[in-house]
Structures are given as C-alpha cells and as structure tokens.
Ligand binder design. Structure first.
Ligand SMILES: Cc1cc2nc3c(=O)[nH]c(=O)nc-3n(C[C@H](O)[C@H](O)[C@H](O)COP(=O)(O)OP(=O)(O)OC[C@H]3O[C@@H](n4cnc5c(N)ncnc54)[C@H](O)[C@@H]3O)c2cc1C
Length: 579
C-alpha cells in the first residue's frame, strides 16, 4: 500500500466525498457530482434515484443519467452518512481503495449504500470507484416487527388467529407461485401490512423442489439460503437435500401465517385501465371458481419454464423409457441397465452419478463444453466469507455492482477456482469431458445470467468420469435413435435400455405468456432478457405493464429483490411513487 495513504483517515475522506455528492445532487450541480467519480467508475442504483434499477458505468453514463431521468430523483438523494467506519482495502487484491457502508435518505424513503473510492493517479484525489445506493424502507410505512395485540370486547387479549380467509373481500396483491420467489415476496408484503394471497397449482408450498430428482442437493451452502425472517436451524447440512428445503417452504408458509391457496390456478387475468385493478378467475381444488380484483399481480412461477426434449430423429422407435430430467426420480429404477444421459451440466451430472451409484452402466453425452467447479472449492472460495455475515449484508455486497464490475469479480473467482480444481479439470479433459471457463472467463456468473445453465458444481460425478466409471461421448450430435440405442453423427452407436434427457427448459417468456395471455404480454414485451445496462428486463422492477410484476431468481436473488419488489408495490398502493 503506498505510504501517502497511511496518514489519511479513510472515514474522513469517505464522509467528505458523500457530503459533497449529497450537496451536489441537492443543488442539481451535475458537473460537480460527476467530477467526484474517477475515469473507471460505476453506480448501481435500486429505486432511490427513480422507481427503477439503473446501472451506470463510467462518468459519461452517470452524467447522462443525472442530466436526464435522474434529475428529479437524484436531487432528492440526501443525508449520506457513514455507517460505522470506512477502511482501507483492495479491489480484487489489486487496486487500493477506501471501502465504506453508508445510510441515506430521500424525501420518502431511507436507503443503504456501499462506496469504494480509488486514488486518482494524476491528482492523488480519492474519487468514486463504485457506488451502490438501494432503497431499504419507506418513511411512515416501515416493516411491522411486533404483531399488534387485539383486545376483544370480552377483555381477552389475542393475536390475530391464522391467515386471512378472503371469504368476502379481496387481497390487494395476488401472487402466483409458492416457490422461493412467491414466498419471499409474500413475507415482505405481509411485513408491510399489505393484504396478500398466494396461489399455487401444486398441493404444497415447495413442490417445485419436492418433485425434482431424489439426489438433488442445493448448490449453495445453507448459510446463503435462508429465507427472510426465519433462518434454518444451525445444525442443518451445508448442502441441503431438496426434500429439506421443500418441507421448509411448507413450514415457512405456515409459520408466517401466509395466505396460500394450493391446487389453485388462474385464468388469463384482465386489467381495467380505469380502476387500475385486475380481474382474475381462480379455480380451486374442489373445482369452485372465485373472481377477485387485486390491485397488483406478482408472477412467481419460476424462471426455467417447461421441460424441453428435442425431437430427435427416430425417437419413437426407442423401446425403453425416455425421461426428461425434470421427471427423473431415482437411479434405483435403472440398476443393472445401460443408460445414456443427454446433457452434461448440473442435472445431467447429478443424475449420472445417481445412476452409476445404483449400478447402471452410464454414458454422458456432452455436445459442447461445461464450466465445472468443485463444490468444496466453491464453499471455501466463493461462499466462504458469506458464512460470517448476515444474509442482508452478503446480499448487498453481492448485488451492489453493475454487471461489468460483477464480471470482474467473477473472473477473479473463476481464476482462483481454476487453480483450486486444476487436478480435477485436467483429469476431466483426459477422460474426454470438455471444460470451459464461461463467457469472458467469468465462470458460472455470466452463464447463469445469459444461459441459465451450462455449468456443474461437482459433488462427485467428476471423480466417476475421471476413473472411467461414467463414460463420456463428447462433441458429437445425436444423429438418430434406434430401438436399442443412439447413433451419433460420427456413425458410432451406443446401446441403451433407458435415456435421460437433461436438455433444459423452454425459458421464462414462453412460460409466463401461457399464464398471462398474449394481450398482457404484448404490453410487457421482452422480459427477463438482459438490457443494455446489464440489468434483467422487467423482473423485480416495473414490467412494462401497470400493476404487474415478475419475481424470479435463486434463493439469494429472491430474498434480496423481494424487499425492493414489496417496497415498489407498497409505494404504488399509497401513491408514493408519484411524489
Ligand atoms: C434441477 C434444478 C436444481 C436447482 N438447484 C438450485 C440450487 O441448488 N440453488 C439455487 O439457488 N437454485 C437452484 N435451482 C434454480 C432455482 O433456484 C430454482 O429453479 C427455484 O425453484 C426457482 O424458484 P421460484 O420460486 O422462482 O420458482 P419455482 O420453484 O419453480 O416455483 C414456482 C411455483 O409456481 C407454481 N406455478 C407454476 N405455474 C403456475 C400456474 N400457472 N398457476 C399456479 N401456480 C403455478 C409451481 O407449482 C411452483 O410451486 C435449481 C433448478 C433446477 C431445475
């Protein structure tokens, strides 16, 4: 670290920077505000500059935003005060920085931020390197932390018993889907005192996890998977079996007294421009219909969409079962059989290992290449620090950067993992399984964002491939199926009694179109794709259609963005979004 910074008080520098930015924004002095940022700088804002998400990379982008859309919102962002002390640190072990958390206020809300300052090489001045500002709560509409006690006429003191029944009144918000996205959104809305109902077509909350293959262990360690307000018991396994999380979801909905109607579906919803309300017809488990008029609709039906099995030539001639990975349950059924697993990413690898461990002769078909990281390495390197923080803190750190900055972190993690896993990766290549390191060498970060797959967190399949217990057919397209196997483009035939197709899913847009219909989706346009700022279009933020929201993500994303989604809905219900 250069000696000149040792005499600087980082807290003083950071607070002075924040105060100057606050003042510049208040006086609408855009040039002054922009001059505080370095050449390489970025600002990710979640709903404090405007009612949207903005990622600005570089001074020009910040200036453009502050002079345009952000003029009004930006000038309201004020009272930026350090939270704790600022400290010297490095960015990815390279650039010396000052790092600080801070609080701020807008006219209607309070927020939290993260500031990184880097020293300008020419002037020695500490300039903005990365800035994050995010909405945390609405003034006057803070989360309820203690349930109100009702004193009945009889003098008996009681809490409200059980969920709302909605017998003769409607919820303000209807959520479709009781996976982690629907449950986290409902939990946040309940705390904001918003009348909410969740519906799910399945019999129990968490059925999306319950119905997946038996061998599924979550890829993320337990400490990054807590749901808001109710953490898992401390002695839970680092990698949770799918049934534990499924049952937890069910218990969570009950413990938080959520209003959940299972075995319930919704016809295409209709929006009334005049009343700004939806009309939805729900069909319940007993076949009865119920028409409701919620103000807001949150679609939380999952990001992956429906299972896709390609129409391989001759597929109907195959005599054995052909099962999509979403319908596969256990390797026990295929003991002593020859199996082919088409696909070479997470589901394919988990299922192949399960088949092999149950005595099946397995071949994996890998068409291109896969990013592989050992689960052990991921727990140590990627998620290690998170163990010692609250989820709120680790989420804010994780989601505070625009895509290009987060990608730099992804590249650094990928390089560290490559070194950690060097022996395993070399073994895989030797066994004929091709590995890659993701787009821009950013590992699974960009693969998740742009492809929603293409990676494997190893929990044992790699060792089975390296030792030849699982075979790999690499780099060849399937030419056609025959009654007892698959013939590849190179003319080689592999015998099989059963085939598992881990060939992916239809994706988000087609699946939500099936729920909402063309009319609504025309207004929404593209959704869940990545926009020019590297942000997901239409999810967690205005969707393009009034009073319609999409909530998706892995557990950490669902947990983090559920707060912002609930705040947007609450603000709209109270007309705060117009202020
Ligand atoms: C095999 C597999 C393994 C995964 N492993 C991990 C992992 O380890 N860690 C991780 O963070 N993520 C993992 N994911 C990704 C992601 O976290 C999950 O897909 C997760 O289930 C998404 O949660 P969700 O609530 O958005 O959607 P879902 O869990 O899919 O829940 C959607 C709910 O909506 C309901 N629904 C759907 N359509 C309708 C309708 N028309 N009407 C009423 N209800 C409807 C469904 O029944 C379901 O209950 C995995 C995904 C897969 C496929």
């Amino acid at each position: 670290m250069p000696s000149r910074i040792s005499i600087t008080d980082p807290s003083e520098v950071a607070q002075s920077w924040l105060t100057t930015l606050s003042n510049a924004l208040r006086s609408r002095d855009t040039s002054k505000a922009v001059s505080l940022f370095g050449r390489e700088s970025s600002w990710r804002d979640l709903f404090s500059l405007s009612w949207d998400i903005h990622s600005m990379v570089g001074r020009d982008a910040i200036q453009k935003y502050l002079e345009g859309d952000g003029r009004v919102g930006g000038s309201k962002l004020a009272f930026m005060r350090l939270k704790g002390v600022a400290k010297f640190d490095t960015w990815l072990g390279q650039t010396s920085i000052i790092f600080a958390f801070f609080n701020f206020e807008t006219k209607i809300a309070r927020g939290q931020g993260i500031l990184r300052l880097a020293q300008d090489p020419d002037s020695d001045k500490w300039l903005g390197f990365t800035l994050y500002t995010g909405l945390e709560e609405l003034k006057g509409h803070e989360e309820i932390t203690i349930a109100p006690i009702k004193v009945e006429n009889t003098g008996v003191i009681s809490y409200q018993q059980g969920p709302e029944t909605y017998d003769d009144y409607d919820p303000e918000v209807l959520i479709v889907g009781a996976g982690q996205s629907g449950l986290t959104a409902a939990a946040r809305l309940d705390r904001l005192n918003v009348k909410t109902l969740i519906i799910d077509k399945e019999p129990r909350a968490g059925d999306s996890w319950r119905n997946r293959y038996d061998a599924l262990l979550l890829h993320d360690p337990v400490w990054v998977d807590h749901l808001p307000y109710l953490p898992f018991p401390e002695d839970w396994p680092v990698l949770m079996p799918r049934i534990m999380i499924a049952d937890w979801f069910d218990s969570y909905a009950k413990a938080l007294q959520m209003n959940l109607w299972t075995c319930t579906t919704m016809d295409y919803p209709v929006f009334d421009e005049t009343t700004q309300e939806w009309t939805v017809t729900l069909t319940r488990a007993d076949g009865s219909k119920r028409i409701m008029h919620p103000k807001h609709l949150i679609i939380a039906t999952g990001i992956v969409g429906e299972a896709v099995t390609p129409a391989f030539k001759g597929i109907d001639t195959f005599k054995g079962p052909i099962i999509h990975s979403s319908k596969f349950k256990s390797g026990r059924t295929f003991s002593g059989k020859k199996t082919i697993v088409v696909g070479a990413c997470n589901s394919a690898m988990d299922i192949s290992l399960d088949l092999e461990q149950n005595g099946s002769d397995v071949t994996i078909v890998q068409r291109s290449s896969t990013y592989v990281m050992s689960m052990k390495g991921a727990v140590d390197i990627v998620y290690g620090k998170d163990k010692y923080m609250t989820n709120d803190l680790s989420d804010m750190l994780k989601f505070s950067a625009p895509l290009s900055v987060a990608t730099q972190a992804g590249v650094a993690y990928t390089a560290a993992m490559k070194e950690y896993d060097a022996e395993m990766l070399a073994g895989l290549e030797k066994a004929g399984y091709k590995v890659d390191f993701g787009y821009e060498n950013a590992g699974f970060y960009l693969k998740v964002l742009f492809r929603g797959g293409g990676y494997y967190f190893d929990i044992g399949c790699c060792e089975a491939i390296i030792n030849g217990r699982i075979k790999v057919k690499q780099g060849q397209e399937i030419d056609h199926f025959e009654e007892d196997g698959i013939v590849f483009a190179d003319g080689v035939k592999i015998q099989a009694d059963a085939v598992v197709c881990a060939t992916g899913y239809s994706g988000f847009a087609p699946s939500v179109r099936r729920i909402l219909g063309d009319k609504v989706m025309e207004r929404v346009g593209k959704v869940c794709t990545v926009d020019e700022d590297g942000e997901r279009k239409g999810v967690w933020r205005p969707s393009g259609h009034p009073n319609l929201w999409f909530h998706v993500g892995n557990i950490a994303m669902s947990r983090f963005y559920s707060k912002h989604l609930a705040l947007q809905v609450k603000a709209q219900l109270h007309g705060l979004h117009k202020l």
